[in-house]
Design a protein around this ligand. Structure first.
Ligand code: C5P
Length: 253
């Protein structure tokens, strides 16, 4: 794990450090091939449920052994004690970012943040950024109000959960492109924002609906952008990454 200090939200990140490649593939060899190809050009690799369920913590270790940094996207959501223990294991694995569901509540998020810091101190590494998922972008106002009986308007709910994550001592949130400006405007203090749903203008939208380009997302105030298919499906992945980095550079000046 990097020994660089991670000061939530207050860092100056280079374009490369801001780019997270989603390793949404079903073979370990393919995932590791992508890491070998792109590790010098990109900041992090996102390991989600598919890859982790198929290949376990070993795939994370192998990515880190090859010089890749990992965002472990497992969205922990359980009782505080269980989430604390999982968080400590994520730190031991050496991930740079992992996430939890904010709907697990304040105590659960606090337990994750504290366990991450304690494990980092114990193992002599920097604590990873712990991010909160607020409201999944697959949910809309109807899901909130009709199914879950949460009456607050969706953007206000997102803001409420982001502030709860800050109170719990988390580094920041995973946010949709539509939420970045609102979160920057309406929160105080450090808040890391990581955003998927990003599409360069030259790439297909796939199933993403409300998108921003990498430049727009960064200009709105997000720290990290997650990109999968525009890079993974490109005939020249390195070139796709370089084009995205150029866009981020232009946006941050
Ligand atoms: O291929 P694409 O760039 O759409 O991949 C985006 C990645 O971000 C995927 O791993 C997807 O699961 C994840 N993600 C997302 N939208 C969210 C949360 C996560 O696209 N709201």
């Amino acid at each position: 794990m990097s020994k660089k200090t991670s000061g939530a939200g207050a860092r100056i990140l280079s374009p490369r450090e801001r780019l997270v490649i989603a390793l949404d593939v079903d073979s370990a060899d393919e995932a590791l091939g992508i890491v070998n190809e792109l590790r010098d050009a990109t900041g992090l690799f996102k390991v989600g449920h598919q890859l982790f369920t198929a290949f376990g913590p070993d795939i994370v270790r192998k990515i880190i052994d090859r010089g890749g940094k990992v965002f472990l996207d497992l969205k922990y959501h359980d009782i505080p004690n269980t989430v604390a223990k999982a968080s400590a294991e994520a730190v031991k694995l050496g991930v740079s970012i992992f996430n939890v569901h904010s709907l697990g509540g304040l105590d659960m998020m606090r337990a994750a943040a504290e366990a991450a810091h304690e494990a980092a101190a114990k193992h002599g590494v920097n604590a990873p950024d712990v991010l909160a998922v607020t409201v999944l972008t697959s949910m809309d106002q109807d899901t909130l109000s009709k199914e879950l009986k949460i009456t607050r308007a969706l953007p206000r709910m997102v803001l409420h959960l982001a502030k709860l994550a800050q109170r719990a001592g988390l580094s920041g949130v995973v946010a949709s492109p539509q939420e970045i400006k609102m979160l920057r405007r309406s929160t105080r203090g450090p808040l890391v924002i990581l955003t998927p749903g990003v599409r360069p203008h030259w790439a297909a939208k796939d199933d993403q609906k409300r998108i921003l380009t990498p430049g727009e997302a960064v200009a709105c105030g997000c720290d990290y952008i997650v990109v999968g298919r525009p890079v993974l499906k490109s005939a020249d992945r390195k070139d796709a990454v370089m084009k995205i980095l150029d866009e981020i550079s232009a946006a941050i000046g």
